[in-house]
Design a protein around this ligand. Sequence first.
Ligand code: AMP
Length: 218
Amino acid sequence: MNLVFLGLPGSGKGTQANLLAKEYDIVSISTGDLLRNEIKNQTKIGLEAKKKIDNGDLVDDVVVIEILKNKIISQSCKNGFILDGFPRNINQAIKLDEMLKENNKKLTKVYNFVIDEDIIVKRILGRFSCNKCGAIYNKYYKNTTIDGVCDNCGSKEFDKRLDDNEITIKKRIEIFNQSNFKIVEFYSKNNLIVSVDALKLVPLIFEDIKSSINNNLN
Ligand code: AMP
C-alpha cells in the first residue's frame, strides 16, 4: 500500500502519516525530515538545502528526488509507504510515477488534507516536537500531558523548527497554493484523490482515513 499525503504545512499530514504507518506496518517518509536529517549530519546536500528551507523556498527537485529514491526502493518499504510532503510540484509528481513504474510499484491513494489557511498559521507557530522520538505536539492544540515531558518516550528535550516563523509560513503557503491544485488535478485523472477534512480532531481524521483505506483493501 503506497500512499501520498498532500496538504498545507501544518495541516496534520505528518501526525496522521506517523499514526497510520504504525497501524499498517508501513513506512512514513517525510521529505522535510529527510532533508532536516541531511542538515543535522552536515552533508553537502544538507548545507545546500538549509538556505532554501530557512527561507521557506523549495529545495531543488533533483536533490529531493535523489534522497527519496534511495528510501522508496529500500527494503524497509517492502510493505508500502506514506509520502508526506512529496510531491510538491508537477515535475515531482511525474518523477514519482516514473520511479514507481521502474520498481513495479504504484500509488494506492492520494489523501488531500483540506484546511483553512488562518488555522494553519496558529498551528505552525505552536508546533514543536520531541528531540528524541520525533512525536509532534502543539502548545495551542495538543500539548504534552505532563508539561515538558514527551508522552511517547519521556524525553524532556524538544525542538522547534527554524522555518516555523510567521514570514516563512506565508511564503510556504503561497508556494503550496501555486502548485497543489495542479497536483490534485494530476491525481484526479487516475481517480486517486480522497479529500480529508483536516479541521477535525486527530483521532477522527485517523478513523476517516482508516475506513477509506480499509474500503480500498476489501
Ligand atoms: P516540510 O517538513 O514538509 O514542511 O518541509 C520543510 C521544508 O523542506 C520545505 O519548506 C522545503 O524547503 C523542503 N522540502 C520538503 N519537501 C520538499 C519537496 N518535496 N520538494 C522541495 N522541497 C521540499
